[in-house]
Write a protein that binds this ligand. Structure first.
Ligand code: FEO
Ligand code: CA
Ligand code: CA
Ligand code: CA
Length: 645
């Protein structure tokens, strides 16, 4: 939303599309379709684990469904989908916010004790580390929907001029929820009201800043001269989690919260503020009129304290969330972990803006199972890299090689000799500028990243780049309106490697337009006609190796989007490349966030912003004339089986 399709990257680094074009010309990628040769990227690693449950056919056991534009959830035959914990759900049975009134009249204090708005990333933590019937559901609340300066649901259908109390309510509707949930014997899931774990973390919750940029002069404000304590987390988009049982929430479009009401004609913005998309004038949310910290002319450093990955320990309700600056500052989409061969923690991350980059963090120290105190320090020191995708040499099953470029002030001479960065703290705070200097590859809006549970191969969504002007064989449209999924394999199958091999898994598209039949951009493959989609965003492997794809794109069903319908949840087989549509969301929503119970018999996904255009098209999930509400959806199989079979 809001400007993420406009590039702010002026570095002139070679665009991914240039690289792809050169590679594809040699490989005749478009003429390969989804045949055996194109599908063999996984053949090497998978052959080593051929006995795993992950590759017992068929990986996709459900019947794929077609598109829909109904204001409801449509799901594959044999499955059920139940709305759960919509915006405003009380977490406590008494006191403020203990009832949902349905008209948006709750106060800021009420909202701070109810489930937040615009659900996004989500993770299920089993209560005892293994339960599939009780756990902590932790989720992001990315923002509140505003159309032409009007909040369309937060204060009810007809909001008046924004008051200070309303700003506080909006801030309370953002952030994260920790919700204790339990499954009844008959299968339905319920909130455990008044649980000691139930917690809202909002845009005003005190949190610590740690890692190399903590206390940096660029992190200090009038309210916090130490540069180590910030109020709130905002724009919590995708997520991650850690093997030590903590949640990672990723701060994305923070620039939309910072504007100015002072002398708009004089542009005081620094190069970095421009690169991060800070825009003069009024913000879409209007908070800067009531709270000085959101006016960048009054508090120029406050925005430097957003755009981080924040670690939350859901099992310690008193714990303060921690912004981990070692992972760099950009518009974080998600954070996908794996381990290197020597057990160091590796986190893959996308920066969701047109022409921005893919990053990875490698911790200095190894993960120690069971040593929580040790593991809680791991994300404070390590190496941050940014990806450069090269065009060859083409060998075997992959399309090109690439290099992870080290964002380190001392050991990388390009940064050491660059006066733009005083120290490593500044490299991390201005990670985009450092990545520009290193020649990282500008991508088509990197969204979620996920790691294959057996092979360690990494997949990432590039949602679209409608303003792209270069035309080439792999992305042959002057504007990439559909997006693609890229995958890479680290050299030596070690996630800490500095080189990798890459391939395109799928170019999304539409077989009904532009004559794409029989090509990889025909909506996924030629295997069935029901799976065409645009704008892949959420992406996650389940533990069996199914790749779940969630879309956040054009849902008009018109023109190039014909037969694509409302945003959808699809599922792919990474070996055969087959993609089937599993579920379709209600009107004007996006599908995002996905997590499974350990037995994979329950999946939780999120429906964000149904009815986001504010024209009354959606009343999901309550129906009638109710305000539309973002909500989680609980997915189960009617026969209690594993999701996806
Ligand atoms: Fe919040 Fe890039 O999606
Ligand atoms: Ca997203
Ligand atoms: Ca979105
Ligand atoms: Ca998106």
């Amino acid at each position: 939303m809001f400007n993420d399709d406009h590039p702010t990257n002026l570095s002139g680094n070679p665009h991914f599309s240039d690289v792809t074009r050169r590679v594809v010309e040699r490989r005749q990628f478009l003429r390969m379709g989804s045949g055996v040769a194109a599908a063999s990227f996984l053949a090497g690693p998978l052959s080593a684990c051929a006995t795993l449950e992950a590759i017992k056919p068929p990986l996709l056991g459900f019947v794929g469904i077609g598109a829909s534009q109904a204001d409801t959830i449509t799901i594959a035959p044999g499955y059920m989908a139940q709305p759960f914990v919509p915006w405003g759900t009380p977490l406590f049975s008494e006191g403020p916010g203990s009832t949902w009134r349905g008209d948006g009249s709750e106060s800021a204090q009420d909202q701070a004790r109810q489930v937040g708005d615009n659900h996004d990333g989500i993770h299920f933590f089993p209560i005892d580390g293994k339960s599939s019937t009780e756990g902590l559901l932790v989720m992001n609340h990315e923002y509140t929907t505003v159309v032409k300066g009007q909040y369309i649901t937060l204060f009810g259908p007809a909001a008046a001029a924004l008051t200070s109390e309303q700003v506080n309510k909006a801030i309370a509707a953002w952030g994260c929820s920790v919700i204790h949930v339990r499954q009844l014997p008959e299968g339905e899931w319920r909130v455990v009201l008044d649980s000691k774990y139930n917690r809202r973390i909002t845009g005003a919750t005190p949190m610590k800043i740690s890692g190399p940029a903590a206390g940096h002069p660029l992190m200090r404000t009038l309210a916090d001269p130490s540069g180590t304590l910030v109020l709130g987390t905002l724009n919590n988009c995708g997520n991650g989690y850690t093997p030590w049982g903590t949640y990672l929430t990723c701060e994305e479009n923070f620039n939309n919260n910072f504007g100015t009401r002072l002398d708009v004609k004089t542009d005081t913005r620094t190069v970095a503020q421009k690169r991060y998309g800070i825009t003069p004038g009024q913000t879409p949310y209007g908070w800067e009129a009531h709270q000085a910290r959101f006016d960048y002319k009054k508090e120029p450093n406050e925005s430097n304290r957003f755009g981080w990955v924040v670690e939350i320990d859901p099992f310690d309700p008193q714990s303060m969330p921690i912004k981990r600056t070692a992972l760099g500052r950009f518009k974080h989409e998600s954070a996908a972990w794996t381990l290197s061969k020597d057990q160091r923690v590796v986190i893959y991350m996308g920066d969701d803006q047109a022409d921005d980059y893919i990053y990875k963090f490698v911790s200095d120290q190894a993960y120690r199972p069971g040593d929580h105190a040790h593991n809680r320090q791991l994300l404070d020191s390590g190496r941050l890299y940014v990806a450069r995708f090269d065009d060859g040499p083409v060998q075997g099953d992959f399309m090109g090689t690439g290099e992870w470029l080290l964002l380190d002030k001392q050991s990388n001479p390009i940064l050491r000799d660059n006066p733009q960065f005083a120290d490593q703290g500044e490299v991390l705070i201005h990670a985009r500028l450092a990545a520009d200097a290193l020649g990282a590859t500008p991508m088509d809006r990197p969204e979620w990243v996920t790691v294959h549970p057996q092979t360690g191969e990494v997949y990432g969504t590039l949602t679209n780049h409608a303003r792209r002007t270069l035309v080439n064989d792999a992305n042959p449209r002057a504007a990439n309106i559909y997006g693609q999924i890229i995958r890479w394999r680290e050299m030596g199958q070690d996630a800490s490697a500095t080189r990798f091999e890459w391939d395109l898994f799928v170019l999304a598209g539409n077989p009904t337009v532009e004559g794409h039949q029989g090509t990889l951009k025909a909506g996924s493959n030629q295997i069935n006609a029901l799976n065409t989609f645009n704008s892949p965003d959420g992406l996650a492997f389940d533990r069996f190796g199914r790749l779940w794809i969630e879309t956040d794109g054009n849902h008009t069903g018109l023109g190039p989007y014909a037969q694509q319908g409302n945003n959808s949840l699809l599922c792919a087989d990474p070996v055969t490349r087959e993609i089937r549509r599993f579920m379709v969301g209600p009107k004007e929503c996006e599908i995002t966030g996905i997590t499974f119970t350990p037995d994979h018999r329950t999946a939780f996904i999120n429906i964000q912003h149904p009815g986001e255009e504010g024209l009354g098209a959606s009343h999901w999930p309550d129906g009638g004339q109710a305000l539309p509400r973002s909500a989680t959806v609980v997915i189960r199989k009617n026969n209690g089986g594993v999701i996806g079979t």
